[in-house]
Design a protein around this ligand. Sequence first.
Ligand code: S3P
Length: 182
Amino acid sequence: MDSNIILIGFMGVGKGRAARALAAKTGLYTIDTDNLIVALVKKKIRTIFAEDGEPYFRGLEQRTADWLRHYVRNTIVSTGGGFFMVNNLGAAGRIVYLHSSLDGILSALRSHPKAARKIRKRPLLQDADKARALYDERLPLYREVADYEINVEGLDGDEMAGQLVETLRLRGDDQAPPALPS
Ligand code: S3P
């Protein structure tokens, strides 16, 4: 297995949490597309939206997707909530849509100890009505792009990882990355 595992889904559903837990279970490495973009342009996501605008951010996502497709193998990739809209994502790996109702996502976010920070860092989550419209618009699109879907509502990271192992039929040891040269 050398194809990547790409987790898509709405903001705050737990893509990063699921990716880290799956990495711990399998020994695979994990990377996050928002983190790659932040490192590339040395700005926070909300600063990119405020200073450069959303289309510029989407361009950075496309660039990141192209890089993944060319250079990254055997890795768990957590993505920003709009990353699934890039061209040719399927060529970069197996795509798993993590599903939850919007109410499930919002109530988990609001009860998080760092709720204010988690909401503030997401420009598209500032207005509840707009977030709901975005959720409704994207739900069928996530499903169209995905190879697999998992319902993660109410699950913790470990439980999500368990579902991923089952769905993707992963086996612990043979997922570990090759040993580094000494
Ligand atoms: C976005 C989701 C965010 C981040 C950016 C845009 C979106 O990532 O990429 O704020 O369009 O849904 P998370 O899904 O990690 O919040």
